[in-house]
Design a protein around this ligand. Sequence first.
Ligand SMILES: [Zn+2]
Length: 315
Amino acid sequence: MALTIGVDVGGTKVAAGVVDEDGRILAQLKRGTPSTSVDRTADAIAEVVDTLRAAHSVAAVGIGAAGFIEPGGGTVRFAPNLAWRDEPLKAKVEVRVGLPTVVENDANAMAWGEYRFGAGRGEENLLGLTVGTGIGGGIVLDGRLHRGRWGIAAEIGHIQMKPHGRRCGCGNRGCWEQYGSGRALVHEARELASVWPARAGRLLQLADGRAEDIEGPEVTAAAREGDPAALECFAEVGRWLGVGMADLAAVLDPGRFIVGGGVSTAGDLLLVPTRAAYAESLTGRGHRPIADICLAELGQEAGLVGAADLARSVL
Ligand SMILES: [Zn+2]
C-alpha cells in the first residue's frame, strides 16, 4: 500500500502527516513557518517531509496552501498570507525532497478530503466551505475537483453580496466573506455591544466590558448559554451564509454543502439559521430537492488528508 504525505501550509505553521490509501493519518507533526521568506517556507516543508519519511516509506507529497495555484504546474501565482508571488513551489519542494509533489489550493484540498473520506462520501456533486476568518471554497463536480481554467475557481468568499458594502482584503467591497464569516460574527457582536450595551450584557461580561475585545469564542460561548444577543449574531451570519449558498446552488446544483473552518465548531448555532435561509432563498424552491448542509467530519486535518490523496494522482 503506497503512503503519501499531505502538507497543510498556513500563514504561521506547516502541518504534515503520513496518510494511507484509506485517508488514515499514520504520523503527524507541525512546525512554525517563516511566512516572509519563500525559500525558508520551502525549507520548512522539506524538513517536515524528511522527518516523516525517516519512519515511513512514502511515494509522493501533496501540499495544500491558501492561494491561486496554477493547475498541473504547481506554481503559486499569489498567496494572500504568504510571500509567494509566481512561486514555483512544486519544483522547489521536489528538488529538496526528491519525491513527486503536487500543489493544491487549501480549500480545494479540504473539499477533496471530505469527499473521499469525510462528510462528502457518496455525493459526487458537493461544495466544501471553510468558514473561518473568511470563506474558502472547493467544488467537486461529478466526482472531480473543479479547478477552473486558471486554477482560481471556487473563490466563493469574494462573490459580491452587497453593492457598496464593507471593504474586503481582496480590494473589492461587499464580498460574501465580509458578512458570512468569523470576522462578520465578531463585527456583529462588537457593533451590537457598542450601540446597545444593555442587550449585549453577557457578551460584554465575557470580554471584561470592552466591546472591541469580543472575539469569536466569546460569541460562541454566550450563544451556547442561550444568550439572545449572541444567538442574534449567529442568526445574522447564518442568514448570509444560507443566502449565498442558495445563489451557488443556482449555478452548481450540489447535493451537499460541507461546512468546515473555525466557525463551524459552533455546529447548529450556525447551521440552523443557515439551512433556514438557504431553503427560503433557493430559486425554484418547492420544486426541487433541498441539498444537505452538514458539518465537515475531518476537522483541521481535512486539507492535509485531501492533499495527500491528491498526491496519488502522480503515482
Ligand atoms: Zn473580497
